[in-house]
Design a binder for this molecule. Structure first.
Ligand code: PMV
Length: 360
């Protein structure tokens, strides 16, 4: 409890009667993955991700003062009410209430939309929870006697977002965010994400990520189920150690721009994440034949051309192709010629490392 005490607000002074706040928050793609949690959304190992740019959620929070002692929350997506989202949002409000005791003093309308299609298989929980946490925190900022500093604001935003969805802790800042305590990363914490506090080679500032949509629609395994599989997993402890070691190796690689070492770590992480699912009980095979076809073609292209592209995967069949901006033309030509055919309806999204969330 003591560590989370810092997130209790100080005195509220002013209660605006109504208003609205809009934030845009990005999705992120992990390079070293988080898979396995404990306590209240705390990670079993530290992770690091690229913040994305094109894939984001925009959320407008309307608030109006009320007297009743209950929650009043309506959620709309793309202008339509989505009652099936409301229990998840309610649960989020209940979870964060100790840190935001004003929540029942207002009724809320949450209007949200994603830049990527709902059916794209890209999880919107990271960007969505981050955008909502930021809106709520911006409201709390108006209530406070002593407003948060910029640093405190970002930290609490990430802390709250994490309580909605673990990886959302990494969707406040950019371009590289660490979440989870790591002995070699100063200021890292299980409670919130922070910008990597070390110098990063300029090649990673605008690294490209083309997301190949192999399979669209609902995720086959919810992340809650996925994380829980790690509790009884025979390789769990080894996996947590491996992730920790990979992050240790990643720090100097991000500094030096050594792309060969980068590729090795990133692909090892992607395949290890899937190896955990392949060897869990029950087992899940989330890669599709087209996922494997894409991976083999990426390996062949790299071997033939010396390109420094690589792949990573989330808990699904889609493939993120990562490459330096200077290879943009060549890699995108290759993607169009060889990889697009393995995407559902030829669909893909070109994205790149981004700078984090912003007030709209
Ligand atoms: O934030 P969650 O609970 O949806 O978990 C995300 C897990 C992965 O996307 C597979 C890995 C990661 O670190 O983002």
């Amino acid at each position: 409890m003591s560590a989370t005490k810092q997130f209790f607000p100080n005195t509220y002074r002013n209660f605006p009667s109504h208003g609205k706040i809009t934030y845009q928050a990005p999705s992120n793609i992990a390079l070293v993955k988080y898979w396995g949690k404990y306590g209240e959304q705390l990670p079993k190992n530290a992770s690091i991700s690229f913040t994305l740019d094109a894939c984001h959620t925009q959320t407008k929070l309307h608030f109006k003062r009320k007297d009743s002692e209950d929650y009043r929350i309506e959620v709309q997506m793309d202008g339509k009410r989505v009652p099936n989202f409301e229990p998840k949002i309610l649960k989020f409000f209940e979870r964060i209430e100790p840190y935001m005791p004003f929540l029942k003093d207002y009724e809320f309308l949450v209007e949200t939309s994603n830049s990527f299609p709902h059916s794209s298989g890209i999880a919107s929980s990271a960007s969505g929870m981050s955008a909502l946490a930021l809106c709520l925190l911006a409201l709390e900022q108006q209530l406070l006697d002593q407003p948060y500093s910029e640093e405190e604001f970002k930290r609490k935003a990430s802390f709250l977002a994490r309580l909605g969805s673990g990886s959302a802790a990494r969707s406040v800042e950019g371009p590289l965010v660490v979440w989870g305590m790591h002995e070699h990363i100063v200021g890292s914490s299980d409670l919130y994400g922070t910008k990597l506090p070390y110098s990063v080679h300029k090649i990673f500032g605008n690294f490209q990520d083309t997301i190949l949509l192999v399979e669209t629609g609902q995720k086959e395994v919810s992340s809650t189920v996925g994380h829980n599989l790690m509790h009884q997993h025979p390789y769990a402890e080894t996996r947590f150690r491996q992730a920790c070691d990979n992050l240790t190796k990643m720090i100097p690689v991000l500094k030096s721009g050594d792309l060969e070492a980068f590729i090795k770590i990133v692909e090892n992480e992607a395949l290890s994440l899937h190896a955990m699912m392949l060897t869990s009980d029950p087992a899940f095979i989330l890669m599709k034949p087209n996922t494997l076809e894409i991976i083999h073609r990426i390996w062949s292209f790299r071997k033939e051309t010396g390109s420094k592209l690589c792949f990573t995967l989330d808990a699904g069949a889609n493939v993120h192709v990562l490459y330096p901006a200077k290879e943009k033309m060549a890699v995108q030509d290759f993607i169009d010629a060889e990889l697009r055919q393995f995407c559902a309806d030829g669909r893909l999204i070109h994205d790149q490392a981004g700078q984090g969330a912003r007030l709209v």
